[in-house]
Design a protein around this ligand. Structure first.
Ligand SMILES: [Zn+2]
Length: 181
């Protein structure tokens, strides 16, 4: 998953004046507002798209992150969507970049929210068309049998939630308890 800070400017993107926080008229939340030109700079979550690549044997691929946050942990390939691409296209592109792997037949696993950084993770399962190899921002790719998922070394809560959802959808109930035991 490529890393962008959830950055925002302290200055108005329209007139360059310094922003302040205030509750706009008719609103209920504090926003970044420009008192000079009146523009309201809404801060919204950003969508990330990812793929859990699965191969014929039922194993899934995870990549080891080389970047912060959570460098060294495991995650499925994914990253921020670019303007102009669909969620599916972003998920496929990120899988190529991070795991050098083509995937096909995407199926939505679920949508998971990380409220802290303000990220919405859209997760697909995809049929792997190769073996994969380390790529952009990853040091290692590894195929895991469902029973071998490294639950304690996953990158994010959303990674765990997505893998649990995937396992449950595949009828691998009890898997989590076994691994937790
Ligand atoms: Zn302004």
């Amino acid at each position: 998953m490529s890393s962008h800070p959830h950055a925002f400017s302290r200055y108005c993107m329209h007139c360059g004046q310094r922003l302040t926080t205030a509750v706009p008229e008719g609103d209920t939340k504090r926003r970044m507002v420009c008192l000079d030109c009146g523009f309201i700079h809404y801060l919204n979550p950003r969508p990330v798209a990812g793929v859990i690549p699965v191969r014929e044997s039922g194993e899934l691929l995870l990549v080891r992150r080389t970047i912060e946050p959570r460098a060294g942990t495991w995650v499925f390939p994914g990253g921020y969507m670019d303007l102009g691409e669909t969620a599916e296209e972003a998920a496929i592109r990120e899988t190529l970049e991070e795991a050098q792997l083509e995937v096909a037949d995407l199926r939505l696993v679920g949508v998971f929210t990380r409220t802290g950084p303000g990220i919405v993770v859209i997760v697909y399962e995809g049929r792997a068309l190769g073996e994969g190899a380390p790529g952009h921002e990853t040091s290692e790719v590894r195929w895991f049998a469902p029973g071998e998922i490294p639950w304690e070394e996953l990158a994010f809560d959303s990674t765990e939630a997505a893998l649990r959802a995937w396992a449950n959808q595949r009828g691998l109930l009890g898997l989590n308890d076994v691994n937790r035991g």
